[in-house]
Design a protein around this ligand. Structure first.
Ligand SMILES: *Cc1c(COP(=O)(O)O)cnc(C)c1O
Length: 489
């Protein structure tokens, strides 16, 4: 059997893909973001088959994808997709993704990926510089912020808990601890689990109403952890808090952490995108003291999932932490000695994710990302004022990045006592969120914040303009009023 590489087949595949892409992106914005079906409806509509013993023509299989999978899937490019911290993906990076799959190198060794290695290192350097890290900083691409955070905390553990951990394990060192905020992303706890630190040794500094770390409590927390006989080897500051988009006060935190001689990890998985904006100095001052920084390009830069980078001031630290012997893979020659990226990570097979950004960056230029970030912030500001002036909608904080958590209240709810009002409000928010989802007009999220259920919208999609958002807010208002009338009227 030979794989079908004849030009005719490839041309058919190419034109089918072009058709699908064109059709997909030309769908009307007023069509639903998802055609909501219950789980049992989907299971009745889409059958998971037995593995086919005999294949079918590729055209036919793609047709099945087009008619059965695509219509039941969420349109993440849609302006009403506000549920996650990514939205859609831009054309050049979709093509970059496809071409990376076509080349299918592994980034583990220089000999397999000479130019790809240079591109990856080059882009990591651009990103480090943009975000304000010192000259000489660089990094490595990883599958997601979760993995970047895990590797960052591994570097921290092996350096600040004890360099012996790598070879001898944890039994010969004092127990370690990680300090983050109450609002840190759950990947920090996940790393504590994987690194043998344990969830109980993750200490959480209180946050304000925008979920930003109270730096005043950090010094005390470090002392508190040390007084328990634990060694706090890492402090994690979040730049772009997952739920609210807030920014931990980095400069203050950096000064405290430096004093205490602990590893400073900056989780900029979301907030990194603001490095392109005019406000960068506001949020990133202090980052020059970071020992590690993670940044997801698949969030603000709209590359397909996953495309994340772990940045470090001195890239040799990665190799010191992760390099292992593999005689079948790594064959250092004089000239290539430091060039096998596989030694700087835990991954063996490693995708050429950097190609997605390379294509995107060269096609659009830095200016595009700067405009995009500034425009998102302008939309944020207008929406922030609109909500602040409204009598029924309420936010617990002023927005600093395009994530808003808000609640609805109606004067009729005043007749309820405090506890009933809270329960009523929580149920109303859940119910209205489900209603909107079922209608297919938008998909946003719900979260617990400051003790109650709140709507949460992430609007980094360039298609989600101010008018769209206000229209959606009015839609939500109408549904909330209806809910109040039905239950309290
Ligand atoms: C999104 C996010 C993560 C997780 O990144 P993934 O790429 O989804 O694994 C971690 N931290 C923060 C602050 C995030 O916003």
């Amino acid at each position: 059997m030979q794989p079908n590489h004849d030009p005719e087949t490839i041309e058919i595949i190419g034109s089918t893909l072009t058709q699908i892409l064109t059709q997909y992106y030309q769908e009307k914005v007023d069509e639903p973001v998802l055609a909501y079906r219950t789980k049992s409806q989907i299971m009745a509509q889409f059958h998971c088959d037995e593995p086919p013993y005999e294949g079918r023509p590729l055209q036919e299989v793609i047709e099945t994808f087009r008619s059965e999978i695509l219509p039941l899937s969420v349109k993440t490019w849609h302006p009403g997709f506000l549920n996650q911290m990514f939205a859609g993906a831009s054309y050049p990076s979709i093509i970059g993704d496809l071409l990376a799959s076509m080349m299918n190198p592994t980034m583990a060794t220089w000999e397999m990926s000479p130019v790809a290695t240079l591109i990856e290192q080059n882009i990591a350097q651009w990103m480090a510089q943009l975000i304000g890290m010192p000259k000489g900083s660089g990094g490595i691409f990883l599958p997601g912020g979760t993995v970047s955070n895990l590797l960052a905390l591994t570097v921290a553990r092996n350096r600040y808990l004890s360099p012996e951990v790598r070879d001898r394990g944890l039994c010969h060192v004092p127990p370690g601890a990680i300090i983050c905020s109450e609002a840190s992303h759950y990947s920090i706890a996940s790393a504590a689990n994987l690194l043998g630190i344990g969830l109980d040794q993750v200490f959480r500094v209180p946050v304000n109403r925008r979920q930003e770390m109270d730096a005043g409590c950090l010094r005390q927390m470090i002392e508190h952890v040390r007084s328990k006989g634990l060694n706090p080897f890492a402090v994690v500051a979040t730049t772009g808090v997952t739920v609210t988009g807030g920014f931990d006060p980095l400069a203050e935190i950096a000064a405290i952490v430096k004093d205490a001689q602990i590893h400073l990890h900056v989780d900029a998985a979301f907030g990194g995108g603001l490095a392109f904006s005019d406000r960068r100095s506001l949020h990133f001052s202090g980052i020059e003291h970071a020992d590690t920084v993670s940044w997801d390009a698949h969030k603000w830069m709209h590359t397909p999932l996953t495309c994340s980078v772990l940045l470090v001031p001195d890239p040799t630290i990665l190799e010191q932490t992760f390099s292992l012997k593999a005689d079948y893979l790594f064959h250092p020659q004089q000239e290539d000695l430091l060039a096998d990226l596989g030694k700087s990570t835990i991954l063996c097979g490693k995708r050429f994710d950097a190609l997605k950004i390379w294509l995107l960056w060269h096609t659009y230029g830095t200016q595009y990302f700067a405009n995009l970030a500034n425009e998102r912030l302008a939309v944020m500001e207008r929406l922030d004022h609109w909500i602040a002036a409204d009598t029924e909608f309420h936010m617990d904080y002023r927005m600093v990045s395009p994530i808003c958590c808000f609640t609805y209240t109606h004067e009729a709810m005043n007749q309820l006592d405090t506890e009933d009002r809270l329960n009523f409000s929580n149920q109303m928010h859940r119910s209205v969120r489900e209603d909107v989802k079922h209608s297919g007009s938008a998909l946003f999220n719900i979260t617990k914040l400051n003790g109650r259920d709140q709507f949460r919208m992430v609007f980094i999609n360039p298609l989600t303009d101010y008018e769209y958002l206000v229209g959606l807010m009015e839609n939500i208002r109408a549904r909330c009023r209806q809910y109040v009338n039905r239950h309290l009227g």
